[in-house]
Design a protein around this ligand. Sequence first.
Ligand code: AGP
Length: 606
Amino acid sequence: MCGISAVTGTENVVQILYESIRNLEYRGYDSCGLGVVHNGEVAVRKNVGGVEEVKQREHLTSMRGKAGIAHTRWATHGKVTQVNAHPHCSMDGRISVVHNGIINNYQELRAELRACDVIFESETDTEVLAHLIALAYAESADVEAAFLAAVKRLEGSFAFCMVTSHRPDTIFCAREGSPLVLGLSRQRNFVASDVNAFLQHTRDAVLLEDGEYAVVTPQSAVVRKIADGSRVRRKPIKVEWDAETSRKGGYAHYMLKEIFEQPQTLLNALNVPRSDVERFAGQMHDARQTYLMGVGTTQYVALTGQYFFSQLAGRFVPAVSADEFEGLAVIAPEDLLISISQSGETYDTRRGVAHAKRCGARTASIVNVMGSSLSMMTDSVIMQGSGPEICVVSTKAALAQMVILMRIALELGRRTGHIDSAVYRAHYNDLESFPDIVQISLNERSGFVRNLAERIVSYANCLVLGRGVYYPIALEAALKMKEVTYLHVEGMPAGFLKHGTLALVDDTMLSLLMLPPPRQRELHQQTLSALEEIKARGGPVFGLVFEDDERAKNLLDHYLELPVVSCTVAPFLQLIFAQLLSYFSALKLGRSIDKPRNLAKSVTVG
Ligand code: AGP
C-alpha cells in the first residue's frame, strides 16, 4: 500500500527524506510527494509517477527543511493525479499530512467540513484530516490537542504523519490498523511505514501499536494512547536486517536477486529453532481443528501446507483464503489458526486473525517482518528470517514459508505416529542438502530458463497445470507469471482440465505442465494424462521436468530440465524455476518487474 515517511533533525533533512521514500517505493508507486517546514512555512511538491521521476520533474531535493513528511501512493480514493497525491494541506497551508489506509467516514467528514466553508482540492479521504486538524487548532491553539481531536473523529484504518509550521521541528503521527514505526538516532528521528525507510541511518526502532500516537522531535519521541493520552513506555528493538540486504547488489532487479538468494533463505528457514517448530506442532496436535490461512501467494503457500499435513501427518488441515475466511471457516475456541504473511500487515489476513480471536480460538503466525501487526496480534509466532523482500512479487519469502510448514508437518507426523523417525530423518536430510542443489542449479540452468521464457511470451494465454502438491505450485507459478508479465495465465489442477477448460485448448493456448518426478508413479501418470489430452487437441505443451523423465520429454513441445532430486524437495525446485521463468518472460516483454502495474507490496486495505 502507500508508504509514509517523516524525518526531523537539526540539519536539512530533505535528501534523507527523499531517499526514505525511494526505499519505500515498493509499497506504492503511482505518485509521490514531499512536504517540509522551512522558514516558518510548509512547502509541498508532489506529482504522479515514480519517486525518481517526480524528483526530476519537481526538483524535490532542492527543497530545504529540518522536518518533513513524504509519501509514495497506491491510489484507493481518487484517481492518480497531482492533486490527489500526498501530502495534503489545510486551507492556510500551515498543516500538512500524509496517510496510509482508508478513512471510512470521510464522506460524512467532508460534508461536515464543507458546511464550515472548507474547500477541498482533492478527491481523497486523506484531505479531511488536514482540515479537521486546522479547525481544531483554530479553537485551541494547541497543536497536539488539535491533532488528537482530529484523530478521534476518524473511523477506519490509518497511519499518518503531520508537520506544521506551528511546531516547525515536530512530527505528529498516529496509528490505527496500518503500520507505523519510529526510528531513533542521535542526530535525527524518523517515522515510517516500515524500517526500510531508515535502515541506512538507524536500526533502533520503536513499534507503534494500534490506538497510539507519537510526538517526535530531533531529540525525543513520546508515545501516548489516543484514547486517554496516557504515556506508553516501550523499549526500542534492534532491527536485525541491515541496509545492505535491502540493496540490489549488482542484480538487474530485486526479483532476480531475491530468487538467487534462495539457498540462503532455505538455510535460514532450516535454522528456525526446532523449539518453535515443535511448539506449533504441539498446538496443532492439541487443537480440535487447525486452519491455514494466507492470501495471494501466501494462500498458495497454505495450500502446499495442506498437502504436507495430509501426507506427512495424516491430518486434514484446510487452507482458507484470508479474503473468504470469515464467511467460511467454522471456528471454535478449541481451534487453531495459523496465518502466513510476508509483510505481516495484509488487511485480509489480519481480519481473519481478528475473527478467529473473537471466536476464542488460538492464533499463530509465520511472518517475515519483525514487529509487524500479525506478529503482535497472534498468540505465537515463527519469524521466518528471510530478510527484506523488496520486489513487489513474493519469491524467497514464499519458499521459506513452505519449508517451515513442511518442518511443522514432519514434527506433527512424528507425534501422530503417521511417520516414523527414519522417514522423518530422511525428509530432513533431503531438506538439508537442498540449498546446495539450488545454488548449483540456478547457476547452471538460468540460460535454459531464458530460452524457454522467450518461447512462452509469444503466447497471450497460458494454463499452468499440476497435480497433488504440484497443483498449488502451479497456482503460484501462474500468479507469478501474470503479476510480472501481464499475460493471461491461469493455474489449475491438471485433473480438472477435462471437466471444462479443455474447451479453450487450441494451437494458441499454451499449457505449462509442472511434472512430478517419474518415481511418483501415480501422480506422474495422472499428469501425463493431461499432457496427452492437450496434445490430442493440438495444444502446445511446455513443461518443467526432471532429467530422468524420458516419457514426458518425448511428448512435450519444449521443456526445462531440472536435476533429479528427492520427492521431498522436488516441488520447491519447480517453484524456484517457475519464478525464474516468470522473471525472464517479463524481462523479454520489458515489464516493470520489481513494481508491476496496479500492485503494491503489502495490501493493508480491504
Ligand atoms: C505476491 O507476489 C503477491 N503480490 C501477493 O499475492 C501477496 O502474496 C499477498 O498480498 C499477501 O501478502 P503478505 O504475504 O505480505 O501477507
